[in-house]
Write a protein that binds this ligand. Structure first.
Ligand code: HEC
Ligand code: HEC
Ligand code: HEC
Ligand code: HEC
Ligand code: HEC
Length: 491
């Protein structure tokens, strides 16, 4: 090696020596670049520090010592990024240093062949072993972290909590829904690699949107690129399942009578594939395997429906339309056809938003709101309808406002006497409000509604979008609205 040094010095004679002359050969030059050049040091330091932090983070996360989505994002998404960047900087530093060296002609006589690997050379052997060991270690670390990152980005915790400001409404509703143990990704992504990739790309776009504060408030529903239900819902449910009849009771009160509810009892013909006749019947007929129902929504929210096409098993099709002859009302080519699936009725299977009146009446029924407090139904509605600028403000004012309203009705003494009941009612209302209203996201009562039934038919939601006696075929057949088509009185 001393020999090489001499040669180097000889050929470099007469030139201005570069500030960093490697002690010997080209390989040494590379290693030298790693440790002695600023760029090389940045690379090595970035890699080493990221790995150490990542391993500490991994340990803390696995032991459950830190439970914070930002912490997990740091460990599984940001630090691995730094590690990879560090690993890329190292060869770059070698390359830059070598180029500089050759340019300065110090190593000009050492043609490129000297950078080949010669395993008979014990030094080369040592480097190779070192290099291989480090590579195996790095790949192992990245694999473990990648696996954890995959689980982390698939968890409701990640979806719902990391973008807390944005996803809190969906996460909150989800947590108290029948699907609270179903991961977000099972409905929003579903199985298969291509959707996985699509979702990660769209996820990345969403993260950027959140950081640049460039997203719509509220997030629009429906989600137009949601995966068809056959690949998501039908991984767990199946249309053939025969649900038969389901009796449901609806209780409602009025401001005049807070004590005795009006009870509507209906028996819903949910149906499915009847095990006796093997025919599809009832409400789930729309998703039966031998019929296809398609429609053309006229607006983004799918609250107005133009043409409807039914294709039967034998290939016969029926087409319904509104306002035959009235071109302004009906759908044109520009409106996309959509095949009806679970989500056209169960549009909020997990992001369940309450109807305000129903919640107040539930409060009275469950006696969380004491029906004995005169005027409490009306005051509860006033309190829930009131606009608060933030959730903090609601927390501060809601119970107080309720008590003030009652004091206005009955006087101070009454309020003092019933203080406990009023606070209990106030707490129930606050909880209900907090579950449904998000001023920051511009979400309030009725922002998101569901299509099951016809309680919101006036606003274009529910079954009556089609079952409205207005959609007719050219021979005048209508989609019926007869009450006992969908439900009747239980026996
Ligand atoms: C059972 C299936 C299901 C699960 C689980 C689920 N979603 Fe959804 N999500 C939907 C459907 C269906 C829609 C479309 C809603 C509509 O059309 O009104 C939706 C809509 C949304 C929207 C659009 C805004 C809105 O409220 O309509 C967001 C955001 C969202 N989901 C986030 C999440 C997050 C975060 C999780 C997990 C914490 C999650 N979802 C879990 C089915 C699901
Ligand atoms: C990973 C499995 C899974 C997926 C995916 C899934 N569900 Fe469910 N779903 C369940 C389970 C489990 C229940 C029963 C919960 C219970 O009984 O509390 C349920 C219950 C329901 C119910 C009855 C709710 C009630 O109030 O009792 C409906 C309706 C429903 N799911 C619709 C859907 C729709 C629509 C989708 C697709 C957007 C979907 N599910 C996706 C597992 C799933
Ligand atoms: C035409 C509208 C419509 C379509 C399409 C539809 N459903 Fe339903 N489904 C209903 C109605 C209405 C109910 C009764 C809701 C209630 O309990 O208030 C119901 C009830 C259910 C229930 C609960 C049954 C029970 O016994 O409580 C499940 C689960 C369900 N549907 C799953 C699905 C799945 C999965 C799909 C898609 C394959 C689907 N539904 C398609 C309207 C529909
Ligand atoms: C996109 C349009 C559309 C929507 C929305 C819709 N339906 Fe239908 N429905 C139809 C059509 C079309 C038929 C077939 C009418 C016929 O052939 O007489 C039908 C038929 C039915 C039938 C009779 C099925 C049978 O046994 O033959 C029931 C029950 C029914 N719908 C219930 C509902 C309920 C409940 C909802 C809301 C949760 C709903 N539909 C929403 C289009 C729709
Ligand atoms: C296309 C199917 C369909 C038709 C037609 C229909 N309903 Fe309903 N109705 C439903 C469904 C589905 C629900 C359950 C909604 C839910 O679970 O929240 C419901 C719920 C109800 C309720 C209880 C909820 C409430 O609004 O208080 C009443 C009352 C009711 N229907 C009355 C009627 C009457 C009266 C008619 C005839 C003019 C009728 N319905 C026609 C599907 C239908």
């Amino acid at each position: 090696m001393a020999n090489q040094n001499e040669e180097t010095n000889q050929s470099g004679e007469g030139l201005v020596p570069p500030p960093q002359i490697p002690p010997d050969g080209l390989w040494e030059n590379c290693l030298y670049a790693m440790w002695r050049t600023p760029l090389g040091l940045i690379g090595v330091a970035t890699t080493t520090i990221s790995i150490v932090l990542m391993l500490i983070g991994l340990a803390l996360d696995m032991l459950g010592l830190v439970e914070n989505p930002y912490f997990a994002a740091l460990c599984y998404m940001i630090l691995p990024g730094f590690m990879v960047v560090g690993l890329l900087i190292i060869p770059l530093a070698c390359y830059v240093n070598r180029k500089q060296w050759l340019k300065d002609s110090l190593g000009a006589h050492l043609d490129d062949k000297s950078l080949c690997i010669d395993l008979s050379n014990p030094r080369h052997k040592k480097y190779m072993v070192g290099f291989t060991a480090l590579t195996v270690l790095n790949v192992a670390i990245l694999t473990i972290i990648g696996y954890e990152a995959y689980h982390f980005t698939d968890s409701p915790y990640f979806c719902g909590k990391l973008c807390h400001k944005v996803m809190a409404p969906e996460y909150t509703a989800y947590m108290r829904s029948p699907h609270s143990k179903v991961k977000c990704v099972e409905c929003h992504i579903g199985p298969g690699a291509s959707w996985f990739v699509k979702a990660k790309i769209s996820g990345l776009r969403q993260v950027v949107a959140v950081f640049t504060d460039n997203f719509s408030r509220p997030i629009p529903a429906p989600v137009h690129h949601l995966r068809p239900a056959r690949d998501t819902c039908e991984e767990c449910h199946w249309p053939e399942k025969f649900h038969g009849e389901k009796v449901k009771k609806f209780y409602s009160f009025s401001n005049k009578d807070q004590e005795n509810p009006e009870v509507q009892e209906i028996s819903l013909h949910i149906g499915g594939q009847n095990p006796v006749t093997e025919k599809f019947e009832g409400i789930h007929w729309h998703v039966s395997s031998d019929v296809k129902v398609e429609y053309q929504p006229l607006d983004d929210r799918r609250t107005k429906i133009g043409k409807i096409k039914v294709t039967h098993a034998d290939g016969v099709t029926e087409e319904y339309d509104i306002g035959h002859g009235d071109e302004t009302e009906t759908a044109g080519e520009e409106h996309e056809w959509r095949t009806m699936d679970c989500i056209d009725c169960h549009n909020r299977p997990t992001h369940v938003n309450d109807r305000m009146m129903e919640r107040v009446d539930f409060g009275l029924l469950s006696r969380r709101i004491d029906p004995g407090l005169e005027g409490i139904r009306e005051d509860s509605i006033t309190v829930l309808e009131k606009e608060y600028t933030s959730r903090e403000e609601a927390e501060e004012l809601m119970i107080k406002t309720l008590i003030e309203l009652q004091a206005g009705r009955h006087g101070k003494a009454y309020v003092d006497e019933n203080g406990e009941l009023l606070v209990k009612a106030g707490q129930f209302l606050l909880e209900t409000w907090m579950n449904n209203v998000w001023p920051g996201m511009k979400i309030t009562w009725g922002t998101y509604r569901q299509h099951l039934g016809h309680q919101d038919a006036d606003d274009g939601f529910g079954c009556f979008r089609c079952h409205n006696d207005e959609h007719t075929t050219n021979i005048g057949k209508v989609i019926p609205q007869d009450c006992d088509l969908c439900h009747d009185e239980p026996e």
